[in-house]
Every structure is written in structure tokens, then in C-alpha cells.
Design a protein around this ligand. Structure first.
Ligand code: SAH
Length: 445
């Protein structure tokens, strides 16, 4: 390992799984945030972890032509985005090649991977922002925690969040200052407001503000809320969430609606969804619609099909396909998501869908017939039990939506004997970050 404080010279040759530039030097591996393939640099070693040295850029001797000026002022200090300095075109190329590599090295398959489908405007896409509120000196600041710490990096504009959220957060900070409402201080256990959470609707003019407080009520709350409403008439609902615990979990159990209906409505592929403070909802609705439409257009669904939507969340994929098939069965382990899903289906008058709250691997083993499968597991992927059941049920078509190409490539091992990989299509759901979403379409041999 290289000692902390060592200065090294090297050349970046690839990117890590989390988007850091990688330098190989003798037998050492160095990961550097914000470094671009091809660049020759002086690097300061900051720390080591699990056999890897982590460093920061001291001097770049040869700038890559793919380097762009980050739109964000705190791009290197904040832990949120890995690729603010890399041109968007190259980000998409990186994501496509990561998926290809995963298939090559993990599944030992040389598959054609379509070019990652990106955004026309890869900024201001997030419909949910949750920011801690702190005080630095006399100033109230919001921002993000530095990677792996509780130090805040103050920021007035996050360039991947909806512009409307940025404006409201800045306004609330100012009003807090005017009303002398203190941010909560974890060390001194003093103060009121811990986090501001904002959710915006893409298709309807609805915005929810959630003020996470350390106490039930606080002086001049009503006036404070009235001024927030007056200065930000675009807000349609305000919720107070009370979290008195000493915890990293942002939201507490107890909530009080201070204004409006307590939730917002957005839609995906024409289907409306109710979103409250804790609801799971995809954070990039523009790309989500592209992805769902892609599934619908490629699956060749038939009126008589029974479709299983496994790992279904609030039921969005299944609902977007329901009109094309006889019946959709959705299975999801989280009770609250299933509850939301049932209400969403009812409100959209979708009757040929049922929701099962269960472990997908357990439930699929109860089935004896299945025509089409859509599966969208969490990062850790699916399980051997689930995939073996798929081989037994032999659905004609499978769509596997994955948020980690490595587990996708691991899971294909179980299916490749009985299925042909028809399409592998990455989608950029999270521009500027290293996250990769992939849709894989399998057809029974
Ligand atoms: N398909 C949804 C959500 C996918 S996220 C959408 O497009 O919005 C993955 C989902 O899998 C989460 O909702 C998570 O709660 C659920 N999940 C995780 N483990 C599970 C399991 N063992 N069985 C069923 N669902 C599970």
C-alpha cells in the first residue's frame, strides 16, 4: 500500500465500478475521483481501503478532450456525482461498455449491447431531493454530506435535481433565518429542522415539501408555513415529519399535514400514481417512461398472457402492461409498497392485476403456469431458487430490468441454456452518476 501523503505520477487507464479513474502503478491500484481515461497526472494519496489506494488530483499534465467543466460548483467535494467532468457522450459510452464487460467477464458471454439510451438534457432530472439543514457560523446551509462523512458540503443548486426544488430550498433557508428557526444540531442535540424533502411531479403542477423536525411543534410554525406558501405559491402541499431519534434514517414515523392533501400525483405512461413522503417512486420519470415503453414495445404481449411482475415496487411496470394481457400478478416484499400499489390500481380502474406481498423466490415456486415474466430485483439481483423456478415454468419471454450489470451477468448463468438473449439495452436513469440500468430481453429457445 502507498503511504498517506505520498505523491505519485501516473496515467488513468480505466474506470472503477463507482466511476473513479483507475491508475495502475507497479503492483498498486489507485482510484481517483474526477479523473478521466488517458490523463497523466500527479496524485496525492489520501487513504487506503481493502487493498485500494484512494487519491486526489494534484496536477493534470495532459487534459483529456473528453473533460468538460462541471456544471456543479462542488462536483469533487460532494459524494453524489462521479462524472460531472466527463462529457455526457462518454458517460453513455462508459455505461454501455460496463454492461458489455460484465457479460464478458462474469457470464463469459460475448453479447451485443445496444448503446445506452441517454437523456436529451441530462441535468435537473431528479424528482426527489432530500437535503440536511445545518448551520455554519451564523449561516443556515443545505447541501450534501461529503462521501462517507457527516460534514456538509453547502450547495445552493444541485444540477441533477429539479430546478423547482432548488428554488424552494433556498427560499426556506432564508425564511428560517428571518424567523430564527434553528437547524437541528446533532452534536448539541439542539434546534428544530433536520431535513427538507421535496418531491415534484413531472406531469402535474404539484410539489410537496416535507419539513423533518426534531419536535412536535415549534414557535411561529403557522406564520412560518404561511410565508413559505406565499413566497412559493407553486407548493401544493406541506407535511411536517417528526423524527426525534438519533439516527441516520431521514424520516420519522409521525406526520402531520400542514397544508394541502399530504401527497402529490404524477403519472407514468398515462397511469396516475399517488406519492406521499415515504412512497417509493422512480426518481427519473422521463427515463422511466422510456424504459417502460421500451418493455411494452418489445415484449410482443398477447391478450391471453399471464404476466408476473416480480419485485414490483408500487406496481408501476405491471400496471403499464396490464391492458395488453389477460392478467398481471405483482409480487413485492414491502408491505407499504403493496398497499400503495393496490390503491393505485383501483384509482386507475385497472382490474386485471393482483398484488401479492411475499418474497418473490418463495412465491414463484407456488406457480404452475406463466407466459411472460418481468423482473426488476434490487442491486443484489435475484436468487438461484427464483431462477430455477423460471426454468421450470418456462415463460416464453422474460424482461429482466437490472440496476447492477454485475448481478445481471451472474443471474444470466442460470437462464442461458434455456433462453436466447435477444436484446441488452442499457438506459441512463442517473446521468452524472455511475449507476447503470439495463433491460435484458430473453426469448425461450
Ligand atoms: N419494479 C419497480 C421497483 C423495483 S425496485 C419499479 O420499476 O418501480 C426493487 C423492488 O424489489 C423493491 O420494491 C424491493 O422492495 C423489492 N424486493 C426486494 N427483495 C424482494 C424479495 N425478496 N421479494 C420481493 N420483492 C423484493
Amino acid at each position: 500500500m502507498l503511504k498517506k501523503g505520498t505523491l505519485i505520477k501516473g496515467k488513468c487507464t480505466s474506470y472503477s465500478n463507482e466511476g473513479e479513474g483507475v491508475i495502475h502503478l507497479n503492483k498498486e491500484v489507485i482510484f481517483v475521483k474526477g479523473l478521466i481515461v488517458g490523463e497523466e497526472v500527479d496524485i496525492l494519496i489520501n487513504y487506503n481501503r481493502a487493498g485500494i489506494n484512494y487519491g486526489s488530483i494534484k496536477k493534470i499534465h495532459s487534459l483529456s478532450k473528453d473533460r468538460v467543466t462541471p456544471k456543479c460548483k462542488v462536483a469533487t467535494a460532494c459524494g453524489g456525482c462521479a462524472f460531472q467532468s466527463l462529457s455526457y457522450h462518454k458517460q453513455l459510452e462508459y455505461k454501455t461498455s460496463k454492461v458489455k464487460d460484465a457479460f464478458k467477464y462474469i457470464a463469459k458471454l460475448d453479447v451485443k449491447v445496444n448503446n445506452c439510451i441517454g437523456m436529451y438534457n441530462p441535468y435537473y432530472y431528479r424528482n426527489k431531493s432530500q437535503t440536511p439543514v445545518k448551520k455554519i457560523g451564523k449561516k443556515i446551509v443545505t447541501g450534501f454530506y461529503k462521501a462517507k462523512s457527516h460534514d456538509i458540503v453547502p450547495i445552493d443548486e444541485c444540477v441533477i435535481e429539479d430546478k423547482r426544488s432548488n428554488k424552494i430550498i433556498n427560499s426556506i433557508k432564508k425564511i428560517m433565518s428571518d424567523f430564527k428557526i434553528e437547524p437541528y444540531d446533532e452534536d448539541r442535540r439542539y434546534g428544530i429542522i433536520r431535513h427538507i424533502l421535496i418531491r415534484t411531479s413531472l406531469h402535474f403542477n404539484e410539489i410537496m415539501v416535507v419539513l423533518v423536525t426534531n419536535c412536535d411543534s415549534f414557535p411561529s410554525r403557522n406564520n412560518f408555513i404561511n410565508v413559505i406558501k406565499k413566497e412559493n405559491p407553486e407548493i401544493t402541499t406541506i407535511v411536517q415529519n417528526i423524527n426525534k431519534r438519533d439516527t441516520n434514517v431521514i424520516l420519522g414515523e409521525q406526520e402531520r399535514i400542514l397544508f394541502g392533501k399530504g401527497y402529490i400525483v404524477d403519472s407514468l405512461c398515462g397511469i396516475k400514481f399517488r406519492i406521499s413522503s415515504k412512497s417509493f417512486f422512480q426518481i427519473n420519470p422521463v427515463q422511466t417512461e422510456k424504459l417502460y415503453n421500451y418493455i411494452k414495445d418489445n415484449l410482443n404481449l398477447k391478450k391471453n398472457d399471464t404476466l408476473l411482475d416480480a419485485y414490483s415496487g408500487v406496481g408501476t411496470i405491471g400496471m403499464s402492461l396490464a391492458s395488453k394481457v389477460k392478467e398481471v400478478i405483482s409480487v413485492e416484499i414491502e408491505k407499504s409498497a403493496v398497499k400503495d400499489a393496490i390503491r393505485n390500481a383501483k384509482e386507475n380502474k385497472i382490474n386485471n392485476i393482483k398484488f401479492i406481498c411475499d418474497d418473490a423466490s418463495r412465491y414463484i415456486n407456488e406457480l404452475d403456469k406463466l407466459d411472460v415474466l418481468v423482473m426488476d430485483p434490487p442491486r443484489k439481483g435475484s436468487t438461484p431458487e427464483f431462477l430455477k423456478a423460471v426454468n421450470r415454468l418456462k415463460p416464453t419471454n422474460i424482461i429482466y430490468v437490472s440496476c447492477d450489470p454485475n448481478t445481471l451477468a451472474r443471474d444470466i448463468n442460470y437462464l442461458k441454456d434455456k433462453y436466447i438473449i435477444k436484446v441488452v439495452q442499457p438506459f441512463d436513469m442517473f446521468p452524472m452518476t455511475y449507476h447503470i440500468e439495463t433491460v435484458m430481453h430473453l426469448v425461450r429457445r
